[in-house]
Design a protein around this ligand. Structure first.
Ligand SMILES: Nc1ncnc2c1ncn2[C@@H]1O[C@H](COP(=O)(O)OP(=O)(O)OP(=O)(O)O)[C@@H](O)[C@H]1O
Length: 948
């Protein structure tokens, strides 16, 4: 392999070129002396790689007979051959930047010096030939020479006979201190120096009066080469390597020196280096696992890199063919055998130029500096105080950051709210302009929605045309949302699955139908009571200044008149076009009741249990909810006894009976009146329902009810909340509250104890509050029994807080709940006309509903998201902006009747959250929404005027 090819191989192998030491054997011819003694040779070169010992002596027959090496040179081989085939390749590696060493090992006078001189000369000649043939490269050659004698290192180029110290250099390994290194001018210069070294060595040996070499000589030629094409300003790499020509002292043992004193000492030292060399080679031949005793001798220390290190090595073992030297020859072969096993790992030694080195170092420095910056100072071990201070500092900084971020967030939110407000106000203003004057129309239209969706479309197109987001697409798809609401992704949860669609019919549908008819039949009485209420509310309105009495009266009358007039009332028209009694047979009602139960349960199950009364109350406290005074005022205007009085009237027409066949077309209010009463009478059991009115003793309604105290089985008794057997039950259930009721039933006795009007008022108020709380508790119990949706509970709870005018609503709520409870109870018990609805089947149906809803919810939200959604639902409502967004969304949802109860409750909740002084144009839209929604969920408030 040529030098160039070798380099290629080395460069391609980043791990270096691993190869074994090249070992050659050279047999010299018998010299004259040996010939004279007939010291014939027993060694025979079998071929170019093997040498064999042919002994006729029986005692040596046990010796190994043949040895194989990289190359075996016989007595006829020339030094040129030895060089070419055994050393050249290794020696010339130096010009390619690879360290190399050529050893000559053998006993005294075996021809080491003879061979090494020739190898050195040939190498130098080839090196210079290589340099001359590579003009593109610039070469610098340096020469140095050392002699190791008695473990002392001598500089052969120096005339001073001063031993040199060996130093350990981290990069170069072991170096000889103060060693003379001549930069060669040319080839002749090198020859002169080599000759000088030879003379120097011989002088020393002559002084020993010995012909044989007692020292180890190392001639060292260092070659640096770099490409000439690079300018000085450019960074270029330089190859640098050293070739060692090592002529070792004779390897014979000290014992064979037959000398004592100084000679023995010399022999010991000589052998020390040689023995160490042998040990190192032997150990290296077995691998590099154990300790390699390079440092045990100067020789091995200096040649450490050449022995199993970074460099290529060739050993030429010289042998004397004389029979008398057969032992040393055999030892030489054993050494050679071991050396053959040693492997080296040569690398190309690239020296970076100073400029390149500076650049490289600068880069490294920059990298380290950046690393240093990134590194946080490590706290001292055990220094908990400093660690604590450091942590506190970090916390302090984080606190500052949090404050700053919070401030920025609040600022951004404030700006967004302002922006939204201005945008929303502009849109709602347009809406309000087009709709504010058409409230009665809206109501009428709304009443038509259930039976005719086209009317709603008309409603959209006429009244909501300014809502540009109500697109034709949305009209066809009620579940699609106004893009206005999707500007904030958080609104998404309000749009679909956050309020899961309820399966089945509207649970309140029957109730509404019934209540509507009851209301329709109670028109006359309504007016009477309304007058009283209006008188009462007049003061409130004036005090608050929210609405004028005229406005309220106008609104009320307008609504009532539109309702009363069968010709103009859209609802009535509608009812005539689509018979409301369709499906309102006994079986139909039972089925509806069953569906109602399912749906109620489903609604309740949609809300986590923590949304209980207590949590709502707590949330209310936390949010400091304030019921709108305006709303309160308007609520007070609603005739409380309308339904009751009209039902009272209906008692007289009840004879139409429960068995009325409803298949025919309805003909006016009389027919409907009979229908309503028939339904109530046929399906309800009133054993417990009369207790409702026990808490309404201070109202006009209660007074009316009290007059009719005997009939416990009629529809009217249920509707008017008769006392009967249930009175005792209420006494047991209500406990101390009954006492309060009794007190109220005897107001005169109480008032006798008070002396001033003021005290009377206080006492009356106190009693009412006690009564109110009692009613609240009863309603809550009934809510649970009827599985009333929590949104409705929230709505009711927020709206009615104990104002005296709340009494009527409390009463109606109690009756409604009794109605629902009775219907559920009947359905569950499978009573009436062989109805087969059982508790088990109801539960199964309920479970199916639950599973279906759960699947829907899971599709849209994960459990975590659902929880967050519920929380968010409540929390976000506290802000006005959010409330308006929700209101807008609800507005669009009026198309979707499955959500109507929930929407109504939420809108009402919004009203409860908004203070009167916060009412703005946006709230007009909200009020319309409430108005249209409220009729379905709370039909007894159909005629109420909205607060804004
Ligand atoms: N291959 C050879 N052909 C002819 N003569 C040789 C050969 N090898 C050695 N000689 C001669 O043998 C004698 C001893 O050789 P050399 O001095 O090289 O031995 P050595 O191993 O260096 O001995 P020492 O270790 O004592 O220095 C020399 O006179 C040399 O000329």
């Amino acid at each position: 392999m040529g030098g160039e090819e070798l380099i290629k191989g080395v460069i391609n192998n980043s791990n270096g070129l691993e190869e074994t030491i090249r070992v050659s054997i050279r047999l010299r011819p018998l010299n004259e002396k040996e010939l004279m003694k007939n010291d014939s040779s027993d060694w025979e070169c079998l071929n170019s790689n093997s040498v064999m010992f042919r002994s006729t002596l029986p005692e040596r027959s046990l010796f190994p007979h043949s040895y194989t090496f990289d190359r075996v040179f016989g007595i006829d081989s020339t030094t040129k051959q030895v060089y070419e085939e055994g050393a050249k390749e290794v020696a010339l590696s130096v010009v390619n930047g690879i360290n190399s060493t050529i050893f000559a090992y053998g006993q005294t006078s075996s021809g080491k010096t003879f061979t090494m001189n020739g190898v050195t000369q040939y190498s130098v000649a080839d090196i210079y030939s290589y340099i001359e043939s590579h003009q593109d490269r610039e070469f610098v050659l340096k020469f140095s020479a050392i002699e190791i004698y008695n473990e002392a290192v001598k500089d052969l180029l120096s005339l001073e006979n001063v031993p040199l110290r060996l130093l350990d250099d981290p990069e170069k390994g072991t170096v000889v201190e103060k060693l003379t290194e001549e930069i060669l001018k040319d080839r002749n210069h090198l020859q002169e120096l080599i000759s000088f070294c030879e003379v120097q060595r011989k002088i020393g040996e002559t002084s020993l009066n010995e012909t044989s070499s007692r020292s180890h000589q190392i001639l060292r030629l260092t070659i640096e080469s770099s490409a000439r094409k690079f300018k000085k300003s450019e960074s270029s790499s330089t190859l640098t390597a050293t070739v060692n020509f090592v002529d070792l002292a004779g390897s014979e043992r000290a014992s064979q020196t037959n000398s004592g004193g100084t000679r023995l000492k010399e022999g010991c030292h000589i052998n020390r280096s040689l023995l160490t060399l042998g040990t190192v080679i032997r150990k290296l031949s077995k691998g590099r696992n154990g300790h390699i005793p390079y440092r045990d001798s100067k020789l091995t220390r200096i040649l450490q890199n050449s022995l199993g290190g970074n460099g290529r090595t060739a050993i030429i073992c010289t042998m004397s063919p004389a029979r008398s030297h057969v032992e040393q020859s055999r030892n030489t072969l054993l050494f050679a055998t071991c050396a053959k096993e040693v492997s080296t790992n040569a690398h190309v030694n690239v020296v970076v130029s100073d400029k390149a080195l500076v650049k490289q170092l600068q880069k490294e420095l920059a990298r380290l500096e950046s690393e240093m910056k990134n590194l946080k100072p490590l706290p001292l071990k055990g220094d908990s105080t400093s660690l604590l201070k450091e942590k506190e500092l970090v916390i302090e900084q984080m606190d500052k950051q949090i404050k700053e971020l919070t401030r920025q967030r609040d600022l951004a939110q404030y700006r967004i709210e302002n922006l939204l407000h201005s945008v929303g106000e502009d849109r709602i203003f347009k809406l309000s302009e087009s709709t504010v004057n058409t409230i009665p129309d809206l109501v009428d239209l709304d009443l038509d929605l259930r039976s005719d969706d086209s009317s709603f479309k008309a409603f959209d197109e006429s009244s909501l045309k300014t809502f540009d987001t109500f697109t034709a697409q949305e009209e066809n798809s009620p579940h699609k949302i106004d893009p206005l609401f999707t500007m904030n992704h958080e609104d998404d949860f309000l749009l679909d699955s956050s309020t899961p669609e309820l399966a089945g019919p509207d649970p309140y549908q029957d109730w509404e139908e019934i209540a509507e008819r009851v209301h329709a039949n109670s028109e006359d009485g309504c007016k009477d009571v309304q007058c009283i209420e209006l008188e009462e509310s007049k003061e409130s309105v004036n005090e608050n200044g929210d609405l004028t009495l005229a406005t309220l009266e106008d609104n009320e009358r307008q609504m009532i008149s539109s309702f009363d007039n069968p010709e103009t009332s859209p609802q009535r028209k509608n009812k005539e076009i689509i018979p409301i009694n369709k499906g309102h047979t006994y079986d139909g009602l039972i089925q509806k009741a069953s569906e109602m139960e399912k749906t109620l349960n489903c609604i309740v199950n949609l809300y986590p249990s923590e949304q209980s009364f207590s949590s709502i109350e707590a949330a209310k406290q936390k949010l400091k909810l304030a019921r709108s005074k305006s709303c309160l005022t308007v609520l007070m205007t609603i005739p409380p006894s309308t339904l009751i009085e009209k039902v009272e009237d209906d008692k007289k027409t009840r004879s139409i009976g429960s068995d009325v066949n409803f298949s025919g077309k309805a003909e006016g209010s009389r027919r409907r009146r009979g229908l309503s009463c028939g339904i109530l009478e046929a399906n309800l059991d009133f054993k417990d329902s009369q207790s409702v009115c026990s808490r309404c003793s201070d109202t006009k309604t209660l007074q009316i009810i009290d007059e009719d105290d005997d009939d416990n089985t009629s529809v009217l008794n249920f509707a008017t909340g008769k006392r009967g057997k249930s009175k005792n039950r209420i006494k047991k259930r209500s406990g101390s509250r009954l006492g309060r009721v009794s007190k109220k039933e005897e107001p005169k006795e109480t008032t006798q104890e008070v002396h001033t009007e003021e005290e009377k008022e206080l006492q009356a108020h106190s009693e009412w509050m006690l009564e109110f709380e009692g009613q609240q508790r009863d309603i809550i119990e009934l809510w649970d029994a009827c599985n009333v949706p929590l949104v409705h509970r929230s709505y009711f709870f927020i709206l009615f807080k104990g104002d005296p005018s709340d009494a009527v609503y409390m009463e109606v709520e109690l009756r409604r709940l009794f109605f629902i409870r009775e219907a559920i109870s009947r359905s569950a018990n499978g009573s009436g006309r062989g109805d087969t609805v059982t508790q088990t089947s109801s539960l199964k149906a309920l479970n199916r509903e639950r599973e279906m809803l759960a699947r829907r919810m899971k599709k849209k939200f994960s459990a975590k998201e659902r929880d967050a959604l519920y929380v968010k639902w409540g929390i976000d409502l506290k802000t006005k902006q959010r409330s308006i967004q929700v209101a807008r969304m609800l507005w669009s949802r009026t198309k979707d009747f499955d959500h109507i109860n929930e929407s109504a409750a939420l809108v009402a909740k919004l009203i409860g959250f908004v203070e009167p002084n916060q009412v703005s144009r946006e709230m007009f839209g909200l009020s319309f929404s409430l108005q249209s929604l409220d009729h379905r969920s709370f039909p007894w408030k159909r005629n109420m005027s909205l607060p804004f």
